[in-house]
Design a protein around this ligand. Structure first.
Ligand SMILES: Cc1ncc(COP(=O)(O)O)c(C=O)c1O
Length: 350
């Protein structure tokens, strides 16, 4: 089944941005720090923060397929949208720089902050360093409408523009995580470990949807993947993830002589809403504890907006005994550590 997925993926144009598979590492330091609270669960991380380009992170996997598509269409400029501290925006700027394309970022005020850390540090600092033109929209502006206007202006000036979606989360972008599912399955075969759960943050849903689509295409249950939503509430994130998984499977099944795949049963798409907190981008005590816990037990850096909240969810579930003793659980570290510099005050004096 996974051979079918591998050849289905090869039919799509892809622009290489990774240096090969990212490592899977066991968190023995964390297990020791948790002690009895680990409840006999073995914890691992898939280091999707461990990539050489632009600080790394999950968006590079999506951008491999999005830029493949953009280059096939002859684009010379990529435009994308996001919040001010978007990791997707930063990595689009890095990928465009690598591909020799111009990049414009249309960034809105999703999080109600106007302090210097948020506006100038973290991803914003790196966006400009990477040569992107940054459009910093006022509060209340519609980022997609502004981006479409900018695309029209650039096209009128003779540019060939590719508009990358919010978070890279279209079926084409999600192919990057279908490919990652395959990578995880191959690594788990080599390690001799059968992960009972693969845990990840959910923002625009493409990472979860891609992993779930990859599992289904490989003949495995989508319910192996569990996400913690950080952006939408659980019901909205669930619907979006179900729909995007189905659309990614449809895309994978297009073409002559290719296997087709049934959409996921909604109950197999596991989205947990317990860690989002009051709103997207607003720190929670559990996120701060999770970021500190992994930093101090393993020397690994989570981000405060996505993976910090998802890891808090994993820790809560492990402590509550939700994973069977002796099971192997994989957390996908999705990058975003530059965001820590925009959240300095959340971690001050702790
Ligand atoms: C660091 C990080 N982790 C996780 C996510 C969530 O990924 P997705 O948008 O595919 O749900 C994002 C999205 O921006 C991110 O930047």
């Amino acid at each position: 089944m996974s051979t079918g997925l591998s050849s289905a993926l090869q039919r799509f144009p892809r622009y290489a941005l990774l240096d090969g598979p990212t490592p899977i590492q066991r968190l023995t330091g964390l297990e020791a720090a948790l002690g009895a609270a680990a409840n006999g669960v073995r914890l691992y991380v898939k280091r999707d923060d461990h990539m050489s380009l632009g600080g790394g992170g999950n968006k590079l996997r999506k951008l491999e397929f999005l830029l493949g598509d953009a280059r096939q269409q002859g684009a010379d400029t990529v435009v994308t949208v996001g919040g001010l501290q978007s990791n997707h925006a930063r990595l689009t700027a890095a990928a465009a720089a690598r591909a020799g394309m111009a990049c414009e970022l249309v960034l809105g005020r999703v999080v109600p902050r106007s302090d210097v850390d948020y506006e100038e540090n973290g991803n914003m600092l790196l966006n400009r360093l990477l040569g992107a033109v940054v459009h910093d929209l006022p509060v209340g502006a519609d980022a997609m409408a502004a981006a479409l206007e900018r695309v029209r202006a650039l096209e009128l000036s003779g540019r060939r523009v590719y508009l990358a979606p919010l978070g890279g989360s279209t079926p084409t972008g999600a192919l990057g995580y279908a490919a990652c599912a395959l990578e995880i399955l191959e690594q788990s075969r080599v390690l001799g470990v059968d992960f009972s759960r693969i845990v990840v943050a959910n923002g625009s849903a493409g990472t979860h949807a891609g992993l779930a689509a990859g599992m289904i295409a490989a003949g495995l249950p989508a319910a192996k993947v569990q996400s913690f939503t950080t952006l939408a509430d659980a019901a909205v994130a669930h619907t979006k993830t179900v729909d995007l998984t189905a659309a990614t499977l449809t895309l994978l099944g297009q073409g002559e002589g290719v296997a087709t795949y049934a959409p996921p049963a909604p109950g197999d798409i596991q989205v947990d809403g317990s860690q989002r907190g009051p709103a997207y981008g607003v720190p929670t005590p559990a996120m701060v504890e999770a970021v500190q816990c992994l930093a101090r037990s393993e020397g690994l850096l989570l981000d405060p907006v996505y993976s910090g909240k998802a890891f808090a969810g994993l820790l809560a579930d492990v402590r509550a005994g939700c994973h069977a003793p002796g099971s192997d659980v994989l957390f996908v570290m999705t990058g975003g550590a530059p965001g820590l510099y925009a959240y300095r005050t959340a971690f001050r004096a702790r």
